[in-house]
Design a protein around this ligand. Structure first.
Ligand code: RB5
Length: 152
């Protein structure tokens, strides 16, 4: 699984801790930055990652800002992205089982590293249940097509 990860300054510390985990767990990942705690605008950080998900250049992405709200709002503007803001493992598991979330958003100022690692582990390891949930996810895609038809 190809995982992308990115943050703004509010998620930088937690991203550093997640990177160490991804490395030790043997995940293949690409770090899209940022690489310091200098203040940046989260839409600028999120867009390249959301576009990488949309064109299939990566399978999953983890996005971090102070609350996780800004990055999730931006990511969900890009058709093909299903970003889930999860600060507990139950939501993380169900974002995969039921919503086939391809982006996990986390707030670096909301959760500590221990809980964040559990959330990431569950989120990366859980598959999509399909069935009735596939029908519902298909309806999300249909809404995207209605408001932002893909150009070919
Ligand atoms: C930056 O101060 C903060 O607004 C940002 O990290 C994020 O929480 C926005 O949603």
């Amino acid at each position: 699984m190809r995982v992308a990860i990115a943050c703004d300054h509010g998620g930088f510390q937690l991203k550093q801790q997640l990177l160490a985990y991804l490395r030790s767990a043997g995940h293949s990942f690409q770090d899209y930055g940022v690489f310091s705690e200098e203040s940046v605008d989260y839409p600028d950080v999120v867009l390249p990652v959301a576009e990488a998900i949309a064109r299939g250049a990566c399978d999953r992405a983890i996005l971090l800002c102070g609350t996780g709200l800004g990055v999730s709002i931006v990511a969900n503007k890009v058709p093909g992205v299903r970003a889930a803001l999860c600060h507990d493992t139950y939501s993380a598991r169900h974002s995969r089982l039921h919503n086939d979330a391809n982006v996990l958003a986390l707030g670096g100022r909301v959760v500590g590293p221990g809980l964040a690692l559990d959330i990431v582990t569950v989120w990366l390891e859980t598959g999509f249940e399909g069935g009735r949930h596939a029908r519902r996810v298909g309806k999300i895609t249909a809404i995207e097509e209605k408001y932002a038809p893909r150009r070919s």
